[in-house]
Write a protein that binds this ligand. Structure first.
Ligand code: G1P
Length: 289
């Protein structure tokens, strides 16, 4: 039986250069899609999947995220006094208990693999999830919950995947696939950001992972790859053959909120999903387009 996944790592140390100037003084993960910061979507996705310990790999200037998931007694008291129950519930809904949130710093931007490696002593010797909060998913059940369900059957390492336009492979980690039943693909290789001419497929890694702790020993070697960074994709590739390794297609929509157009699209899509906003937003959009 596959060991349960109870811990999740959120690499949130990046500078957010793709979102400047918005991210000059606030973390990119605090940009809001409608009324919730991007990081909260990832935390809620993980919580729905049964995650109990949330590990943020942060860096300088990123403490707004810890504040966001903390209690806020002055705010709560004011909202209570004013009878603002909905707002109070929304604010408390963003809390993580002290025992649930751990932060660790990534002192230098040496790559995604290095960021994950920085959490090794907190993860310890158990399987864990990695969620890249830039990628926001509208999915039911949540994407990580879908993955945990599939992981219960196949165990090992499991990454969420989606087909991308063949011309765009150089933006993603790409799978080399062995057998494929249309949902689960057995992986025989992984390449980080290959040019279309050399990409083994157009099946891309979308930023959700369930990994076995053996990946840390590989990351320990600090080998660099694409962009001269320590790549998680390269470390994962070395687990293939030693442990089961699958890619999982999923149902739901994906928004790259690190990209300005993707961020705007996410705002529109999530607003159109809300009973209190859909009508007004639709009207405003039809006036524009
Ligand atoms: C990272 C991963 C890449 C993955 C992508 C998904 O790249 O290295 O394999 O496809 O996230 O968003 P980044 O976007 O950080 O360059």
């Amino acid at each position: 039986m596959a060991r349960p996944v109870k811990k999740a790592v959120f690499p949130v140390a990046g500078l957010g250069t793709r979102s400047l100037p918005a991210t000059k003084s606030i973390p990119k993960e605090m940009l809001t899609v409608v009324d919730k910061p991007v990081i909260q979507y990832a935390v809620e996705e993980a919580r729905e999947a049964g995650i109990e310990e949330f590990i943020f790999v942060t860096s300088r200037g990123k403490t707004a995220m810890e504040d966001h998931f903390d209690q806020h007694p002055e705010l709560y008291a004011t909202l209570e006094r004013r009878g603002k129950e909905k707002e109070l519930a929304a604010s408390k809904g963003a809390e993580l208990a002290v025992s649930q949130l751990t932060t660790v710093r990534q002192p230098e931007p040496l790559g995604l693999g290095h960021a994950v490696w920085c959490a090794r002593h907190i993860v310890g010797d158990e399987p864990f999830a990695v969620l890249l909060p830039d990628e926001v998913f509208k999915a039911e059940p949540s994407l990580l919950a879908q993955m945990v369900q599939a992981y219960g059957k196949v165990g090992g390492n499991l990454i969420a995947v989606r087909e991308v336009e063949p011309a765009l492979t150089a933006r993603y980690g790409i799978l080399d696939v062995d057998s494929d039943d249309g949902t689960l693909a057995s992986v025989k290789g992984l390449v980080e950001k290959p040019k279309p001419e050399v990409a083994p497929s157009n099946l891309s890694i979308v930023g959700r992972y369930i990994l076995q702790p053996e990946v840390f020993a590989i990351l320990d070697r600090k080998e660099t790859g694409a962009g001269d960074e320590i790549q998680l994709t390269d470390a994962m590739a070395k687990l293939i053959g030693r442990q089961p390794f699958h890619g999982m297609r999923f149902s739901g929509d994906r928004y790259d909120c690190g990209d300005k157009a993707g961020f705007v699209a996410a705002n529109v899509a999530f607003a159109l999903d809300r009973d209190d906003l859909a009508g007004k937003v639709r009207e405003a959009l039809s006036g524009l387009i």
